[in-house]
Design a protein around this ligand. Structure first.
Ligand code: FES
Length: 149
């Protein structure tokens, strides 16, 4: 192989490498688009300012008192909304105050499987090691909608 051929191969290899990187970038874009295209939960809308709008009449889980749903991140905070009464709702951060693991909404409250903390339906700690409640998020009404955040 001459010196010239060696350089040509190097250039060709570089072009192939660049093409492969472009392919990987497109593949990444494809995955992102697929994730972005995943259907959102009916009745739940992420607003441009990061708050989340929920239309309870369109969310089956919120048609009964005690029903709870996980929300898209509210201003970046993983959150849940629970119906606590005929027309009352509470939203809490799902981030455990003990060491930051994600808690899981359950019929009677929230559970953190990292170290076993439990919280009641309103996010009040009922079993440690957590020593503080799940942070509440602002909930306001706007017509037939609930705005969280
Ligand atoms: S992080 Fe939740 S109990 Fe420790």
């Amino acid at each position: 192989m001459s010196d010239h051929q060696s350089r040509s191969l190097t250039r060709r290899d570089a072009l192939r490498g660049a093409a492969a990187l472009c392919g990987l970038s497109l593949l990444s874009l494809g995955i992102s688009e697929a994730q972005a295209a995943a259907p959102a939960q009916t009745g739940v809308t992420l607003l441009p300012d990061g708050r989340v709008q929920v239309t309870p009449s369109r969310v089956a889980a919120l048609k009964k008192v005690g029903g709870v749903i996980s929300l898209p991140p509210v201003k970046g905070i993983p959150a849940a909304l629970r119906r606590t009464g005929r027309s009352t709702y509470v939203a809490v951060s799902l981030r455990c105050p003990h060491a930051g693991a994600m808690t899981t909404p359950q019929p009677t409250g929230f559970f953190c499987s990292a170290h076993g903390s439990r919280f009641n339906e309103s996010g009040v700690v009922t079993q440690g090691p957590a020593t503080s409640n799940l942070p509440k998020l602002p909930v306001t009404r706007s017509g037939s909608n609930i705005i969280v955040g």
